[in-house]
Design a protein around this ligand. Structure first.
Ligand code: BJW
Ligand code: ZN
Length: 243
């Protein structure tokens, strides 16, 4: 009898439409701290308490210090076997879309192209007042200023209570609605709207698969739950496709 991993492998072949949602757990093996749990602490602040517009309005220097620390940390990290396996899957599958909640850019550095960064990017900055926005990989000052109008810049990420970039949610919903297989990898499935993607996929008849070190609130919705490190499980799935 086939194990769960072999059964999932078998469903990824051919021209099946596959949508993968990733979260912070995918980058954990690169040394990037996850958002929640013990890792989600920075200088006694919870990451969730800093990734908010009200925190930025009240303490922009503290929030920028948090983001500048993360930019420096991620710059020294490398994509891990989980990122590489997803990039390999994309090359082997004609109908593949990666939707990531991660802002670290490691999927792109691993070679993923058909990818949506639904919560923005650590490497984007934009003005809090005018339309200036840019990609910036350099070391930023403590309180970076807009070169156009002189007002404060902010990280180009999506904070709690903010809408996703126009078109991103529409694309995700459209593609999930057509998916044959939906994989949720390394996310706690606590943050909306990403946490609802699994139910959406299931409602449209997709086979649902979770890859995580621990169960999540969505585990009960899954047809398959593969518990373990993404950096071990994803390469096994990708290797199956090449055989
Ligand atoms: C491993 C592993 C290994 C570890 N291998 N696994 C409906 C109901 C209730 C609330 C809401 C709702 N709709 C909207 C909301 C509000 C809010 C929300 O969801 N709140 C909940 C917390 C209750 N959502 C929003 O505000 C969103 N906006 C929105 O909906 O706007 C609507 C709107 C429309 C029109 C006008 C105005 C508004 C926006 C959400 C933005 C989230 N932003 C953040 C910060 C991004 C920038 C940054 O990084 O600094 O995104 S929050 C944070 O959480 C970050 C992450 O992308 C996101 C998800 O976290 P993730 O990836 O799941 O990480 P963790 O740490 O939670 O989990 C890691 C997992 O990995 C764990 O399960 C581990 O076990 C596992 N793991 N190692 C495999 N090796
Ligand atoms: Zn400006």
């Amino acid at each position: 009898m086939l194990g769960e991993l072999e059964m999932v492998k078998a469903m990824l072949g051919g021209d099946r439409r596959v949508v993968v949602l990733t979260g912070a757990g995918v980058s954990a093996e690169s040394g990037v701290p996850t958002f929640r749990g013990r890792d989600g602490l920075w200088k006694r602040h919870r990451a969730e308490d800093l990734a908010r517009p009200d925190a930025f309005a009240a303490h922009p220097e503290l929030v920028w210090e948090f983001y500048n620390w993360r930019r420096g940390l991620v710059r020294d990290c490398e994509p891990n076997p989980a990122h590489l396996a997803l990039a390999a899957m994309e090359r082997q599958m004609p109908n593949f879309l990666l939707i990531t909640q991660n802002v670290d850019g490691l999927h792109a550095r691993a070679g993923s192209l058909r990818m949506v960064e639904m919560h923005g990017s650590l490497w984007q900055v934009r003005c809090t007042v005018c339309t200036h926005a840019r990609e910036d990989f350099t070391d930023l000052p403590d309180l970076p200023e807009c070169p156009v109008c002189g007002h404060l810049l902010r990280p180009g990420v999506v904070w709690f209570g903010e809408p996703l970039t126009p078109g991103v949610l529409r694309l995700a919903i459209e593609q999930i609605g057509k998916a044959d297989v939906f994989l949720s990898v390394g996310t706690s499935s606590l943050v909306q709207p990403a946490a609802s993607f699994c139910q959406l996929a299931k409602d449209h008849g997709a086979v649902t698969v979770e890859i995580n070190r621990e169960p999540t609130p969505n585990t009960g919705l899954m047809d398959f739950a593969l518990h373990g490190p993404a950096g071990e499980i994803l390469p096994e799935l990708a290797a199956g496709l090449a055989e």
